[in-house]
Design a protein around this ligand. Sequence first.
Ligand code: SF4
Length: 110
Amino acid sequence: MDGIKLDKLTAKYVTEIKKSDADLAAALAQLEYYLIVLYDKGIFRNGRLECLEKKKQNKSIHILTLTEEEIEERKRQYRRIEEFLSADVPPAPVPKPACKKCAYYEYCFI
Ligand code: SF4
């Protein structure tokens, strides 16, 4: 559906299942995106992220609820990302103290 592939959809949740919680922030961002795609279709659900642990004996469960304000904020973020990706040239880098020791310095400033 619109580029998303749901693991499970119930009356209460969109459930995303991951093999581990190694990249929890990315998994939650993915689930947020799914909630927003469904929201735009008039389908309102909470998110449920299930991270399986070793040998599938345990799993951690994270429940995700987005308010309408949070959905609108995420949509603004998605639009900024799309604008960034479609720009002909990247924005000028903003120097930070960490840049001096950063392995990517040459990509950003040279
Ligand atoms: S990637 Fe490194 S050099 Fe580039 S802006 Fe970030 S910290 Fe600075």
